[in-house]
Design a protein around this ligand. Structure first.
Ligand SMILES: [Zn+2]
Length: 262
């Protein structure tokens, strides 16, 4: 099984804090001893900047390039956890290829962010030609929210995944949503919340159908034809889906139930 190289160029206060909990540190491996070189030119370039500052390590599914083991160690634990969750959700357990996570120093590792990024990495391996933006972001949010909650629970915290409801008047029409190639700058939050709810709704309606839809959209079939073919009894048209989804998307909006839901 090939591994996903992770590159950590930035420190994170959050992770440094997590590292204080005393995990065994990620063992260092000589660069020449890694099971796989990174074919990604961006990664090669990053590694060539101050080559002596990089240390290297491996776990089952990832190769790590890092400067500080107290940063890489908790990431390695969480990254393996997310890999298992994503692979299980997508009912896949193999992957090929190689990818980097590039860390922006301004970004904080907190909440479901690492999980969200890992979902993108794994999706990109399974669907190298890309999948629609709403589906990519929706799955990343959907899986990473659940994964983050179970990861927190495994570490002794009380945590439940939290899905945001969308006010009916805020909803982006589905015909528009499925065509967007990036989150619209004026409605970023609605875009992420609605995409997550739509994925959640389609999975809850029928998980095998959702996975079939993902494959169809990964092969660039139009949403309008793939949906009724895969969910014939439930959603004969996008309009039928929209009608049922509107209700689901707005569920518990603006109530205290919203926090407690799921
Ligand atoms: Zn994303």
């Amino acid at each position: 099984m090939r591994q996903i190289p992770l590159l950590f160029a930035a420190l994170s206060i959050v992770l440094a804090a997590i590292a204080q909990t005393g995990l065994n540190s990620l063992p260092e491996v000589e660069f020449s001893q890694l099971s796989q070189r990174d074919p990604n030119p961006l990664g090669e370039r990053a590694l060539s900047i101050n080559p002596t500052q990089w240390k290297h390590g491996e776990t089952e599914h990832y190769i790590y390039h890092f400067a500080h083991s107290y940063v890489a160690t908790p990431i390695s634990v969480e990254a393996e956890f997310h890999y298992r969750v994503v692979a299980k959700e997508l009912e896949r357990d193999h992957s090929q290829g190689s990818l980097f996570i590039l860390r922006n120093p301004e970004q904080k590792f907190s909440g479901n962010l690492l999980g969200h990024e890992i979902v993108h990495l794994v999706l990109h391996r399974f669907y190298a030609d890309g999948i629609p933006c709403w589906l990519n972001e929706g799955i990343a949010q959907y899986i990473s929210k659940s994964a983050h909650a179970s990861y927190q629970r495994a570490r002794g915290y009380i945590s439940k995944p939290h899905s945001e409801a969308i006010a009916t008047e805020e909803m982006i029409p589905l015909a528009t949503l499925v065509r967007l190639t990036r989150p619209p700058s004026d409605r970023v939050e609605t875009f992420y919340d609605e995409s997550e709810r739509l994925v959640r709704f389609l999975v809850a309606t029928d998980k095998p159908s959702f996975l079939a839809l993902l494959d169809a959209l990964g092969r660039h079939q139009p949403f309008e034809t793939a949906l009724p073919r895969i969910y014939p009894a439930k959603f004969a048209t996008v309009a039928t889906l929209e009608e049922k989804f509107r209700e689901y998307a707005a569920k518990d909006f603006g109530t205290s139930l919203q926090q407690a839901e799921e």
